[in-house]
Ligand binder design. Structure first.
Ligand SMILES: [Zn+2]
Length: 156
């Protein structure tokens, strides 16, 4: 490793500053809970890197969106991104809240589909209902919930 430009990685994922995205990080002591603290050499921001951090990266969110669009299931997506299913579902909900709902145009056709997933017990099944724009293949709207008309109606 080039000592003048250290960059740390774990699981093959490069770390970068949450503020300026610089990879020029140096180790900067420990937190009270024993987590390694890093300092960004470019903007001076100090932060820790852990599981939560990794999942919080907007980079991860982008990958979640890409993998979901590719039709990868929840479990496979979690495995590929090395985050837990619970974390992934939390991220999906957070991404959903941040999505600006595209205008739904009249006279356009949308494909409504659903994905089934569950957390822990099979009795806690959850459905993700989504509407796809047939022309652009983008998700126009979606909702997460139990398999009820309420969940479906939100999207329709
Ligand atoms: Zn920075």
């Amino acid at each position: 490793m080039d000592q003048s430009n250290p960059s740390y990685s774990r699981f093959g994922v490069s770390y970068f500053c949450p503020v300026c995205k610089s990879e020029f990080l140096i180790k900067s002591g420990w937190t009270a809970t024993g987590k390694q603290r890093y300092c960004c050499k470019d903007c001076g921001k100090r932060f820790i890197i852990d599981y939560t951090y990794q999942a919080c990266q907007s980079h991860t969110n982008r990958q979640i969106i890409i993998l979901t669009k590719e039709g990868l299931g929840i479990r496979s997506t979690a495995r590929v991104l090395r985050i837990s299913v619970t974390t992934l579902l939390k991220r999906i909900v957070a991404i959903a809240k941040g999505i600006q709902q595209p205008p739904i145009a009249f006279g356009k056709s949308y494909e409504v589909d659903e994905m089934r997933t569950y957390i822990g017990k099979k009795s806690r099944l959850r459905w993700i209902v989504f509407a796809l724009d047939r022309d652009t293949k983008t998700v126009a709207d979606f909702n997460v919930g139990r398999r009820t008309n309420k969940t479906l109606k939100h999207v329709i």
